[in-house]
Ligand binder design. Sequence first.
Ligand SMILES: [Zn+2]
Length: 376
Amino acid sequence: MDFKTIFSILKNRLSDGDDVPSFFRELLAMITSVSEADWGTKKDPSSRVKDDTLRSYSKRGLTKAFAKSIVYRLTPERLTSMIQKRPPALRQALAEDFQPYNDSANKDNVGKIVADLLVEIIRTAAGIVPADELIVIKQQETAVELKHKYGELLRNEAGDCCPFPGCGRALFITNGDKAIPSYEVCIIDKGKGDSITNLIALCPNCYAVYSVDTDKAKTRELNAVKKILLGHKESARLLDNLPLEKGIIAVISRIRKLDEKDLEDATLDPKEIKQKLIRSESYALYKTVNDYVSTYYVRLREIMVNLDKRGEIDYDEIQDQMKALYRRLKKTKKSREEIFNEIVEKIHRVTLQEALYCQIVVSYFIQSCEVFDAIA
Ligand SMILES: [Zn+2]
């Protein structure tokens, strides 16, 4: 089936009288998570794709550039559920339209049949075509073997979310209170072996496209992602056996309660931050830390001193722990942003409090000199 045919059937049944460009946009919004500004025809990314361009696609099929711009961000599950929400009589009529192409089509499965067909058409237009059957079988065997060996490790490394740029789907499906793993193990650089540093866990959608994609730029992108995952895993492991006072939870719950009135007459001009962060080198970090310190430092110090007096936290101990976290990461020659984020994450892991509040805590300890040395 070609794009022209599927488009005209769907328009006939689902468009509620919309014209071709409007229905085209609606259909694309259901089958992809890419905004129109990123569709592959952009002369001027800020403007909408011309109606005539969409009319031309509906008659002559999608261009390769267009299909490539959306192929990694397809959402067949969304199109399926949108179709299955339509009235039974309409789904029955739609199923009959598709019976010449798939004789098992009925009103209960037509959504999935349509979505799968459309995905295949877009992949083909993008030049993502499976290699010959023997190669595909061999690839599948390898994937199963690699998943068996390294699957859990790689799924964990990815934090249970598909790490393909722009995806982020969960690597499991929930069914009632059960979570069923849903991912594949993929070789990143197909010209290299299957060592663990060249493997990554992807959601089934991204896997299906990437495993047959020959675009070198995508390999570079995925390699960069793997590097970040490995770096993060290394940091998390380094900080794992360092303790962090549970009392920090009490500190954070008090930060949460501070409101504008508590904070406005307790500001601080944190000149010292300039000695620990070079403004021009990492402006975002400089600005974040500077703002948090000037707003929260004074009150946060009061909170900690009070909690320490009441024996709820050991302030000296927390200072030492922060210093230890920083020293451990400093040895790995990570950037200041990475160090900041890893300590924030460590606090988040221990306390399960929002990253926002953990950032305020780390900013406090930058000002009070436990995190980051003064720049020589
Ligand atoms: Zn994915």
